[in-house]
Design a protein around this ligand. Structure first.
Ligand code: NAD
Length: 510
């Protein structure tokens, strides 16, 4: 395939790299990577041995000593060049993301665009790593805060955004002066290898040392666990399920390291009585079936006012009936496959549990087979009528299952339903009523990290800080002031006088 050639992905690939140097241990077997699009093996990867893991982190720690002293705007210049390389590789990389992960080509290209955007953002950020200057209470004293690079940052990523989430961490982390060790999902390692090769063109052209950007392919149980427990890694960013994040938080906290947690969501759209259904319906459908329901921000629940419930239900049924399922590489299709057969099993299990809990499936629910669905990973999107309190509704099933929930009272009732789950990532309301919109955004409104008005729950821009509350983990990445998490904050007090006044007026004379 031409795009694999362009990205220098071979039939067999090493999974460990500090830049120009690639390693991978044949003794640890070979990780075969299947495409959910057609079920074929794309390529294979030799994962890391314990020794290779150790050497890579050592190299990252050594490179940090050089990179932290490189002026931040010069670090920004390197990131600018990475953005340029990504522009040149956008088509090939977008196609690989689509083929390896199964999201539509449009979304694959969008993911690369997101990487380019975060590069641009990070270039600007490289000149704005500033702190405040405060008024000192003491005469002839200056008080201010400053930000220093943190060290080696570990980045563990999920399969569903195999490129963009890493770039949020890596591009911002790198302009902040850190070196990065990336453990990608074992379901999508080829995208990571391709990115490492793109980055290496830039680090080589700039004569930078090995070890600024590193990847280590390997399982969560081996490489992931090592990374969590590694005292040389001051900050670990974990994107994944709440189960893995909860475990990561414990292991990293036990060594008093820092964590950025970006975990599961259970996102809802509230459709009020006054909602503009011309925008609400397509927004809900895109947010529910985009990436085959495998976004952390996927709409899983739609909370509909009684007065418009039947109209919304009919419109959703009609829209779902018009969805085209098939190869994500073909633009005419709206929805591609799930990531693998296990994900299909979880979809089937969730639907069975849903029915046991009195949920009513009103659309879809079948696994597709034969013809273009040979990989066994294609499923029909589902609409189901439920109550918010059902256990299965309270969970995140990573599949295109949309729950319809009715409310009949005020918007406060809808907000209470929306907040009545353990996760807190993304939320949205469709309303033409200012009071309802403002209540939704108020302190007693949505309890999520992301709150949208008259748009769906997915598709965030990089300019804002991304992340969620409660069991979504509380982390923030990407834009706004999320950069501060990647730096060591230092409060500085300078006495430029000739006396020694103490804070709080304390007297101490000798
Ligand atoms: P997952 O939790 O199965 O895996 C995530 C990553 O953790 C993978 O790289 C995996 O290898 C690693 N891992 C697994 N066990 C580990 C261990 N013991 N120690 C260290 N690392 C370990 O998640 P997934 O199936 O790849 O992705 C889907 C999940 O990710 C969903 O829950 C989704 O909501 C979440 N997600 C969240 C965000 C966000 O920003 N909040 C973004 C994308 C995905």
């Amino acid at each position: 395939m031409q795009f694999l050639k362009e990205l220098a992905i071979d039939a067999h690939n090493y999974g460990v790299s500090t830049g120009k140097n690639w390693h991978g241990s044949k003794q640890n077997g070979e990780l075969e990577v299947f495409s959910p699009v057609d079920g074929k093996i794309i390529a294979s990867v030799y994962p890391a041995s314990a020794e290779e893991y150790g050497d890579t982190v050592k190299q990252a720690a050594t490179a940090f000593n050089v990179w932290r002293l490189t002026p931040a705007p010069q670090r920004g210049e390197v990131i600018r060049q990475i953005g340029e390389e990504l522009r040149l590789s956008k088509n090939a990389l977008g196609t690989l993301i689509s083929y390896e992960m199964g999201k539509s080509l449009q979304e694959g290209l969008g993911e690369v665009q997101e990487m380019i955007d975060i590069c641009d953002f990070a270039v600007g950020q490289s000149r704005q790593l500033y702190g405040f200057t405060m008024a000192s209470e003491r005469q002839e004293h200056r008080l201010y805060d400053q930000y220093h690079p943190l060290g080696v940052v570990g980045v563990i990523t999920a399969f569903n955004f195999p490129a963009a989430v890493w770039s949020w961490n890596a591009m911002i982390g790198a302009v902040c002066g850190n070196t990065l060790v990336w453990k990608p999902s074992s379901k999508t390692p080829l995208t990571a290898i391709a990115i490492q090769k793109i980055i290496t063109k830039v680090t080589t052209a700039n004569d930078l040392p090995e070890g600024i950007f590193n990847i280590i392919v390997g399982s969560g149980a081996e490489v992931g666990e090592r990374l969590l427990a590694d005292k040389r890694i001051g900050l670990v960013s974990v994107t994944g399920s709440t189960k893995v994040g909860r475990h990561a938080a414990k292991v990293v906290a036990a060594r008093l390291g820092k964590c950025i947690l970006e975990l599961g969501g259970n996102n809802a759209v509230i459709v009020t009585e006054s909602a503009n259904l011309q925008t609400a319906i397509p927004a809900v459908v895109f947010s529910a079936v985009g990436t085959a329901g495998q976004r952390c921000t996927t709409t899983r629940r739609v909370i509909i006012h009684d007065a418009v419930y039947d109209t919304v239900k009919e419109a959703l049924l009609k829209a779902y009936a018009s969805l085209r399922i098939g190869s994500p590489l073909e633009e005419k299709n709206h929805m591609g496959p799930l990531i693998d057969i296990n994900a299909v099993k979880e979809y089937e299990q969730a639907l069975q549990t849903l029915q046991e809990q009195s949920g009513k499936v009103i659309f879809g629910g079948n696994v597709l087979s034969g013809g273009e669905f040979l990989s066994g990973c294609y499923v029909e999107p589902v609409l189901a009528e439920v109550e918010n309190k059902y256990e299965i509704v309270q969970q995140e099933t990573f599949a295109p299952i949309l729950y319809l929930i009715r409310y009949s009272g005020s918007v406060e009732e809808a907000i209470a339903l929306q907040n009545d789950v353990t996760q807190g990532l993304s939320s949205s309301i469709f309303t033409e009523n200012l009071r309802e919109a403002e209540l939704f955004l108020s302190a007693s409104g949505s309890d999520c990290g992301l709150a949208n008005v008259n748009m769906g729950t997915s598709g965030a821009e990089i300019g804002g800080a991304f992340g969620g509350e409660k069991e979504t983990g509380g982390g923030r990445e990407s834009g706004s002031d999320a950069w501060k998490a990647y730096m060591r904050r230092q409060t500085v007090t300078i006495n430029y006088g000739t006396t020694l006044p103490l804070a709080q007026g304390i007297k101490f004379e000798i």
